[in-house]
Every structure is written in C-alpha cells, then in structure tokens.
Design a protein around this ligand. Structure first.
Ligand SMILES: *[C@@H]1O[C@H](CO)[C@@H](O)[C@H](O)[C@H]1NC(C)=O
Ligand SMILES: *[C@@H]1O[C@H](CO)[C@@H](O)[C@H](O)[C@H]1NC(C)=O
Ligand SMILES: *[C@@H]1O[C@H](CO)[C@@H](O)[C@H](O)[C@H]1NC(C)=O
Length: 410
C-alpha cells in the first residue's frame, strides 16, 4: 500500500518537506560562523559554541585526522558538518563551470526544460521546478533543480534493470538519468560527472575517517562499513540548484506589499530538515548577476561550450544562506569557503554510528528582495545514500528505513 516514498519528501511536513543542503561562499579561507543570538536565548552560558571543523584532503588520505576532530565535527554537540580544504587543483574550475551551467540550464526555453522532466521518478531525476511544496503550502518556484544519479556504478544498465525490478516502489532511486542533448547544453554532462566524481571520492575518505572513529568507539562495529556503503552506492544523487533572481520570482501584487519572504520567515528558501543519507557533499554557492552577465547560449546547435559566468565576490545579502540548528537550539550560519567542500551528516549515518554522530537540522534563508534583484544563486549538493538493500542497523535495510521516515511524518 505504501508505494509512495520519496527520496526528498514532497509533503507538507515542515521538517522534511524538502531537504536541500546549502553552502555559502565568502572569502576563501574564511570559515567563519555567525551566531544568530536572536534565534534562541543564548545567555552567555559557558557551554562551548560548536565550531566548524576543517581538515585537509591530505589528512583524510593519510588517515591522520584526530578522532577528537571527528567528534567535534559530527558528535552530539556538533554542527554535523566538516569542511575539507586543499582539494585537487581542478576543483575550482569544475565548480565554477558547473555552477555556471546551472544558470544556463535554468534559462533554457520552457519547451526544452519540459523535455528534461521525469514525472516517473517523482521529478527526482532531471529538471524539476515548481513540483515541491513549500512550508507556506505554495509550490516552490523560487528554485529549479537538476537531479542526477551520479554514482559511477549506476551506469551499468544490467545492474540498473535489476535494481528497478527488485525495488519497484523506489523509482526516485532507480529511474535512468536524463541529460540535455549535447547541442542544447554542450559539455554539461561531462562537467557534471567529473565534479560529482571528485565529491564522491572525497566523501569516501570522510566515511573512512568516520569508520576509524566508529571502530574505536562502537562495540561490534563492522570494520570499514561506512566507507563500503558510500563507495559502493549506486544511489548517490546530485542536485544542482538554481535560485532564480528575486526579480523573476516576486509574486505580482498579491498583497505582500513588496516584503520579501526572507523578512517574514527565516527558512523561506528551504525549510528546516534533516538529510537522510550518509554524507552530503556541498560546494559553496556561486552568485551571478544575470543582468550584467546574461546566461544565454550562443545560437542553437553551435556546440560551443558556454563561457563560465562571472562570479560575484560576495552574496547580495549576507544573511542569506545555510543555517544549522545545534542541539542546544543555537542557530549558526555556516559559510563554506569557495575552494573547499563541506560534508554534512544525514540520518542513515546517525543510525549506522548508533547515534555517536548526529544528523543536524538545517535550513536555507533567502536573500531580501531589495538586495540584488537580478542575482541568481547556484549550488550543488551530492547525497551519498546507502543502496536500498544495505543494512543501517540489525533490523532494517535502507529501503525500510527510508519508508519509515516517510510514514513517521504522515
Ligand atoms: C542560562 O539560562 C538557563 C535557562 O534559562 C539557566 O538555567 C542558566 O543558568 C543560564 N546560564 C547563565 C550563565 O546565565
Ligand atoms: C554490471 O552489473 C552486473 C549485475 O550486477 C554485473 O554482473 C556485471 O559484472 C556488471 N558489469 C560491469 C561492466 O561492471
Ligand atoms: C531554545 O533552546 C531550548 C533548549 O536548549 C529549546 O528547548 C527551545 O525550544 C529553543 N527555542 C527556540 C525558539 O528554538
């Protein structure tokens, strides 16, 4: 009877109604945190504020990240996020190119975008805009998403067919990918895959570090389990996001008196939620002024790779972006440096580590309407999710676990 399960939850349950993860970029190397004191009565108590933990790719590769750093990043009092620096040199360029494609894609003619939709996957493959319900009950047309199952192993068509047959209720995990034709958006697929591969490779190393912690701290923990789950997943999903410039999304005079949603509601762009996979890789967001740099492709079928768009040095509204709600109730804005990746913990990881590492609720706050009316925000999230048959605890595989999360919220 319950054939409805969504990998993101298209529902009106605020805590899970959507789940995207967000990054935010300021200056490189500036992993700063802003505590939003107004959000809860932090009364200057001595409780240590959770900090963002940064590690280098080298430390991850060599297995030299101290267990205490992992606990600070993911433990019970943490922000549930780790920043990885010193990435391969190709990262910066790949990020810039893919996040530029996000603007080009969203500005394709409606007819082309419609061809990239996948109702059969509940719009969780290909282009999706206006299919998800916001907390306000309106359909979300503030952003457009492009979903790809980016696990390299998913490309095996025999395996794909087998998984579809075994899990007919989960098309959002198993539906084939859709790509814009090469003459519509030249170079998109190659760039997309290359960046996602880099992010998944890095997630595998973060998972390996988590295993080190778990093997030391959890009785009976299966050696290397999280790394296995992340490495062998054929269910990892990427979501390339485009937040439309405010000028394109403001409702036409419906009594809102020009007041932006951001002023009314702190988590207007994406409601507070937990991710439910293992680790979610995030790039910092890229801001593009689409008035001065219109994302229009040269004439059709030119097959010319589009120029990366100029990136604004800072966001139009410093209050917009990713916020994490700590267990103490504090709300913290997290800014991911442009040359780094961040990884957030999801609920499956929490269960696999028997609660030693926590998934932490987070949300995205929009920019005020009067700031940067023609500025778009582009970002990428990669969700490393267990295969549907993978055990998350003694009793449940991931399919059962994911179904329970949905049922709990209905
Ligand atoms: C902070 O507030 C809590 C609850 O209101 C109280 O129990 C605690 O003593 C306060 N701490 C400080 C340092 O004022
Ligand atoms: C594709 O998947 C099938 C089924 O899991 C497997 O038997 C086969 O070896 C795979 N092929 C490749 C090229 O990996
Ligand atoms: C503030 O934090 C306390 C406990 O730390 C929590 O019970 C309360 O709900 C929080 N309030 C808000 C408005 O988040």
């Amino acid at each position: 009877m319950f054939c409805w399960i969504s990998w993101i939850f298209i529902s009106s349950v605020p805590s899970l109604s959507s789940w995207l993860n967000e990054g935010f970029s300021f200056r490189a190397q500036d992993v700063s945190l802003t505590l939003n004191m107004a959000a809860n009565g932090t009364n200057g108590s001595t409780a240590a504020k959770a900090q963002v933990v940064t590690v280098s790719l080298e430390e991850l590769r060599e297995g030299t990240v101290p267990l205490s750093a992992l606990e600070d990043a993911f433990g019970p009092t943490s922000l549930g996020i780790i920043v990885v620096k010193d990435l391969p040199s190709k990262f910066a360029n790949l990020r810039h190119r893919l996040l530029s494609y996000s603007s080009y894609l969203a500005n394709l003619p409606q007819g082309e975008l419609a061809k990239l939709e996948s109702p059969g996957s509940k719009y969780l493959v290909g282009w999706s805009c206006g299919k998800e319900t916001l907390k306000s009950g309106h359909y979300d047309t503030l952003k457009g998403s492009y979903y790809v199952n980016c696990a390299p192993g998913f490309e095996n068509v025999t395996l794909q067919a087998r998984v579809r047959e075994q899990f007919p209720c989960f098309p959002e995990y198993t539906a084939p990918n859709i790509w814009p034709p090469g003459d519509i958006l030249p170079g998109f697929e190659v760039t997309f895959r290359e960046l996602c591969e880099l992010i998944i490779d890095t997630a595998v190393l973060v998972a390996r570090a988590c295993d080190c912690f778990a093997e030391t701290n959890i009785d009976g923990y299966e050696k290397g389990y999280l790394e296995h789950v992340v490495r062998t997943s054929v269910a990892s999903k990427a979501r390339l996001l485009h937040y439309f410039p405010a000028a394109q999304t403001q409702p036409q005079a419906d009594g809102a008196e020009g007041k932006s949603a951001a002023e009314e509601d702190e988590d207007d762009w994406c409601a507070t939620h937990l991710d439910h996979g293992c680790l979610t890789g995030l790039t910092s967001a890229m801001f593009v002024d689409e008035a001065t740099a219109p994302p229009r492709l040269k004439g059709s079928s030119s097959n010319e790779i589009p120029e990366p768009l100029p990136e604004l040095p800072s966001p139009p509204d410093p209050r917009a972006g990713l916020y994490i709600r700590s267990r103490a109730g504090e709300v913290t804005q997290v800014k991911i440096p442009r040359d780094c990746l961040a990884f957030q913990t999801g609920e499956a990881l929490q269960v696999i580590t028997r609660g030693k590492f926590r998934a932490v609720p987070h949300f995205v706050r929009g920019a005020a309407a009067d700031k940067g009316a023609m500025v778009a925000r582009n970002t990428l999230a990669v969700f490393t999710q267990p295969n549907l048959w993978e055990k998350v605890d003694e009793r449940r595989d991931f399919a059962t676990f994911a179904r329970e999360i949905v049922e709990k919220n209905h």
